[in-house]
Design a binder for this molecule. Structure first.
Ligand SMILES: NC(=O)c1ccc[n+]([C@@H]2O[C@H](COP(=O)([O-])OP(=O)(O)OC[C@H]3O[C@@H](n4cnc5c(N)ncnc54)[C@H](OP(=O)(O)O)[C@@H]3O)[C@@H](O)[C@H]2O)c1
Length: 251
């Protein structure tokens, strides 16, 4: 995907979205943050394709029940699993994956969609600035912990997929001047004194650029996997797992 001109951005708003009719009857799918927005629409669309299984996440049990009912009603699929996952908490990420493993679940595609955009500096219970943790650190942790399960289900004929939903706003992220002299980039980005209103105004953009450093890959985009419609397709990175070469430490 290239950087949109203003004209292209406006034109995109009226673009008809292609809807896939792919056969996912043998695929186990996971959508993170499926109670509203793009994640909800993606989950409804995927459910309509009748996958082998669909596991969605929301932030709490109440939203889990509501989202499950909503998606089942709109798609006609039954038996959707709906589990809590709170990305402001590393423990929540770990317990989600522990639960996934304890139940012997499999995954062919993980759509890491959940994200937050705020200009306000607020720390999570783990001590990280919220956008930094939700959009980057916890998304990275989830991706890395789920990677073995994705690798296990992928075959040469049918690669499993990790989709980290990015944003074209990452093109506007500022250069981190002086970062080569910082002892620890994450700690610096987390430092409240560093996070002036100007820095926080750029935080969402930066958080959407960083997923590229979570997993380095040669092939980042495949139009043949634009199953979720163009808004998802345009703003996501589809990463064939066999091209994964390196993961950044969460240190
Ligand atoms: N909409 C756009 O124009 C656009 C453009 C480019 C990229 N994106 C990206 O697309 C993704 C979805 O955006 P959207 O517009 O659909 O946003 P949205 O409507 O605000 O939905 C965001 C989803 O993420 C969940 N979420 C937020 N904070 C979370 C946390 N701490 N732990 C777990 N889940 C959390 C939300 O749950 P709650 O409802 O409980 O908060 C919700 O399910 C995001 O990654 C966003 O950055 C969107």
């Amino acid at each position: 995907m290239g950087k949109f001109s203003f004209f292209e951005f406006i034109r995109e708003q009226w673009t008809e979205l292609p809807l896939s009719t792919a056969d996912v009857s043998r695929k186990s799918l996971v959508v993170v943050g499926a109670n509203i927005g793009l994640g909800n629409e993606a989950a409804v669309h995927l459910a309509q394709l009748k996958p082998k299984s669909l596991l969605i996440t929301t932030r709490d049990e109440v939203k889990c029940e509501q989202a499950k009912a909503d998606i089942e009603t709109r798609s006609g699929m039954t038996g959707i699993e709906s589990w809590p996952l709170e990305l402001t908490s590393f423990d929540s990420v770990r317990s989600f994956v522990n639960n996934f493993e304890a139940k012997g679940c499999t995954v062919d595609a993980l759509i890491a969609n959940a994200g937050v955009a705020t200009w306000n500096y607020a720390k999570t219970s783990d001590g990280y600035e919220t956008t930094l943790q939700v959009n980057y650190l916890s998304t990275a942790l989830l991706s890395i912990l789920m990677l073995p399960h994705l690798v296990k289900s992928g075959t040469p004929e049918s690669a499993s997929r990790l989709v980290i939903v990015s944003s074209s706003m990452h093109y506007f992220a500022h250069t981190l001047n002086g970062a080569d002299k910082w002892d620890n980039i994450i700690e610096k980005l987390n430092d409240q004194a560093y996070c002036t209103p100007s820095v926080m105004g750029d935080r969402y953009n930066l958080s959407k650029r960083d997923p590229r450093s979570v997993v380095r890959t040669r092939t980042v985009f495949s139009s043949s996997h634009s199953d979720n419609g163009r808004s998802i397709h345009r703003q996501s990175r589809f990463l064939p797992l066999q091209s994964y070469t390196k993961c950044q430490s969460l240190a």
